[in-house]
Design a protein around this ligand. Structure first.
Ligand SMILES: Nc1ncnc2c1ncn2[C@@H]1O[C@H](COP(=O)(O)OP(=O)(O)O)[C@@H](O)[C@H]1O
Ligand SMILES: [Mg+2]
Length: 403
């Protein structure tokens, strides 16, 4: 007897639960992989597999051994793992992008090279290894600049640098966070940021939406909140989409999701990066479905198993605003966390996700992975949701013991 169709969802943390549940609702058998045996998503999938999401060969090996047994029909990048997914889809001849394209979409230096070559608006940047190279490049670019990891995410290893003295440490941090052992040095540009979601299918770029992102904790770059959909007017959004579409073409992304991190500078929209996956940060997972009823995850899961793209999933069904706002308690050891249930009683507060438990330590906020938790709210407009979230924050009480 043939096994029910299955899909491999790479990564099974809290952020990946919506993809796992959506795949289940498509009657797929869900194989979820994560390096942690306690991954929150394992509870919701059918077949948990303990595998590091970046272990490409481990995934290829698993997929080849189990293709027929589980009738594997597709793979889905639930976090920043387009390369792992391309490994699976190429090995099994399933829908997806080529390995070359996946690697390019996961490497800030390779994407930068392409974009600079193809005249796609992006901050000037160069990959470096040694301190000597870094100083040479810094002298060309000028200050401030930003030194970033080449193939990491969530702002890990990235720092704004204002003078020569800061370069050695920033370079070390960025190289440490890069599997390549290198770093990228970029011109620092200023402007409001957007996270832009697109899906490419049969030559067409589907514009799903964009969210406004607010960052803080400089010289690091931590997302404090995002507002979905963006409040930018449609002309500006059109300009942004033009850059996003040409950036995807330049990288060669011709199938599935292409998510852009954009910054609206005084010289126009510029692209910072484009991984070949849907957005994280609870954006595709919660704020988009809550604000418009669009379901990009469902659309991508369906094309991943070879079904046609259902445009209905991508059409807005209503016009609300959803906000995902970080909770940033003082740093130190957590003594107690109270008030979450009370805050959830507020009309429009849909989700509160806490990343830590009593006894854990809250470290300095240096990248997005060190964040404590998030409140996700929905309402008729930004003011309405801001009010609800502010109220929720007054109810949540986190007591920490100073370090
Ligand atoms: N060239 C730049 N100029 C100004 N800010 C930048 C620049 N590059 C990155 N940033 C800031 O750092 C954040 C993370 O950088 P990004 O390139 O998107 O890497 P990742 O999200 O993978 O960590 C951006 O959202 C932005 O706030
Ligand atoms: Mg980014």
């Amino acid at each position: 007897m043939t096994h029910n169709k299955s899909i491999i969802i790479v990564s099974a943390g809290v952020m990946q639960i919506p993809a796992i549940l959506t795949a289940k609702s498509l009657n797929l058998t869900v194989i979820a992989t994560d390096r942690s045996p306690n991954a929150a998503g394992f509870r919701y999938c059918d077949i948990p597999v303990i595998l590091d999401s970046k272990d490409i060969n481990g995934h290829i090996d698993f997929a080849l051994r189990n293709k027929d047994k589980f009738n594997i029909q597709g793979a889905f990048a639930a976090s920043d793992v387009a390369v792992t997914v391309a490994g699976i889809t190429q090995a099994l001849n399933l829908p997806g992008i080529s390995m070359d394209v996946a690697i390019r979409s996961n490497n800030k230096s390779l994407m930068k090279e392409r974009w600079l070559n193809d005249k796609i608006p992006t901050p000037f940047g160069v990959e470096v290894t040694t301190l000597k190279e870094a100083i040479q490049v810094a002298n060309i670019i000028g200050f401030p600049l930003i030194i970033k990891a080449v193939d990491n995410a969530a702002s890990r290893g990235s720092m704004k640098v204002i003078d020569l003295k800061q370069i050695p440490q920033a370079l070390e941090n960025a190289k440490f966070a890069s599997k390549t052992g290198t770093a990228i040095i970029e011109e620092y540009v200023y402007g409001n940021e957007q996270s832009v979601e697109t899906i490419i299918w049969q030559g067409k770029h589907y514009h799903i939406g964009m969210a406004d992102r607010n960052f803080g904790y400089h010289p690091y770059h931590i997302e404090i909140s995002h507002v979905d959909p963006s409040e930018l007017n449609s002309d500006i959004q059109k300009n942004i989409y033009e850059v996003v579409d040409s950036a995807a073409d330049s990288l060669g992304i011709d199938f599935g999701p292409a998510k852009a991190d954009m910054i609206l500078t005084s010289k126009g929209p510029m692209i910072l990066e484009m991984p070949a996956r849907l957005s994280g940060g609870f954006h595709s997972q919660y704020t988009t479905p809550l604000s418009t009823g669009q379901d990009p995850i469902r659309a991508v899961l369906e094309i991943a198993i070879g079904l046609p793209l259902t445009e209905h999933h991508l059409i807005p069904k209503f016009n609300k605003t959803a906000i995902c706002s970080g909770i940033f308690p003082k740093t130190g050891k957590i003594i107690s966390i109270d008030g979450v249930d009370k805050a959830l009683e507020i009309d429009g507060i849909e989700k509160i996700i806490i990343n830590k438990s009593v006894g854990d330590t809250i470290d300095d906020y240096i990248d997005n992975s060190s964040r404590f938790g998030w409140i996700i709210g929905v309402g008729k407009d930004k003011i309405d949701v801001d009010t609800k979230i502010a109220l929720a924050k007054t109810l949540i009480n986190v007591v920490v013991e100073n370090k």
